[in-house]
Design a protein around this ligand. Structure first.
Ligand code: CP
Length: 320
């Protein structure tokens, strides 16, 4: 059965994940053509509803929707009636009246895209909600790892940094594990949950983690905006203990290890300047792949009725 929304990855079947990733391949091939558009969503409308800042996800979804020939409207939160106190429910009701087909939403509150999804017939795509999920980031990361290692099973990805506050760590590790990739977390004890998901290794020491033998080191952005208390002594200390320093970059190069980061990079914190030019960096490829994967996601979803009136009522109440 066709899926209406994409809110997180846990509810996707393996077949759905495989289909989204496979479908993204021809969409990516489109980028090399002089005409980079297909008419797949001609006549459909996509609304971008971003309550939090974004560079990559926002522009990537916008380009993806336009390459599918959809009409795109950007809901400009800072210049909307949200600043006059309009609730999310009122906003969504207003937008629903415009009969949009897809809503791409980013919000600081975990679970809010799901509430919107139950209130509207439009397909809702979660573009990142609080520390909960960032499903298209997980899918584009999986697509990128698969390009480098077509046989992903048994490959090792070390995710480094602020695991506790990271929706990227949650979504990316979830989809990689579903695809047979071994995942480990590394970071300060204060930022790596004691109870990692089953099968995920936990490290707090960089050398021990590197001895585990990762094929990919995936640095997370240090999210100062989500830390209500100080979790490590200083950014300089964080870089020294967990960042890819010049010396560690040499180690990655010697061992042929690939480097990933979801962006935006805090230079001098997660990565030294030289890491931006590292030949096995996949950071720019993640951005390019994000468009193809988001095209595939939009193409896969089917806007329509949710049919769950009770859930719609609960959702409306919680959006007040
Ligand atoms: N990776 C990511 O979500 O980046 P943005 O915050 O720029 O969208």
């Amino acid at each position: 059965m066709a899926r209406k929304d994409l809110l997180e990855l846990a509810s996707l079947t393996r077949e759905e994940i495989d289909r989204i990733l496979e479908q993204a391949v021809p969409f990516k091939e489109l980028f090399t053509r002089s005409v980079k558009k297909v008419p797949a969503l001609k006549g459909k409308s996509v609304l971008m509803l971003f309550y939090e800042p974004s560079t990559r996800t926002h522009s990537s979804f916008e380009v993806a929707a336009k390459r599918l020939s959809a009409d795109v409207t950007n809901f400009d939160v800072p210049h909307s009636s949200v600043v006059k106190g309009e609730s999310v429910r009122e906003t969504v009701e207003t937008l629903q009246a415009m009969r949009t087909d897809y809503i791409v939403v980013r919000h600081g509150r975990s679970g809010l895209p799901g509430m919107i999804a139950r209130q509207t017939k439009a397909s809702v795509v979660n573009a990142g909600d609080g520390a909960h999920a960032h499903p298209t980031q997980g899918l584009l990361d999986a697509f990128t790892v698969k390009e480098v290692f077509p046989e992903m099973s048994g490959k090792r990805v070390l995710i480094v940094g602020d695991i506790l506050h990271s929706r990227v760590a949650r979504s990316t590790s979830s989809v990689l594990r579903r695809l047979g990739v071994e995942v480990a977390y590394l970071g300060p004890g204060s930022l790596v949950p004691k109870c990692c998901p089953e099968g995920v290794r936990r490290f707090t020491d960089y050398r021990e983690a590197m001895a585990w033998g990762p094929d990919v080191v995936y640095l997370l952005r240090v999210q100062m905006e989500r830390q209500d208390v100080q979790y490590f002594p200083s950014l300089r200390e964080y870089h020294r203990v967990y960042g890819v320093t010049r010396d560690r970059l040499d180690e990655l190069e010697d061992k042929g290890i690939w480097l990933m980061h979801p962006g935006p990079v805090n230079r001098g914190v997660e990565l030294c300047d030289e890491a931006m030019d590292y030949q096995r960096s996949l950071i720019n490829r993640q951005v390019e792949n994000g468009i193809a994967v988001r095209m595939s996601v939009l193409y896969s979803l089917k806007p329509g009725a949710s049919g769950d009136e009770e859930a719609e009522g609960e959702a409306e109440a919680s959006l007040e």
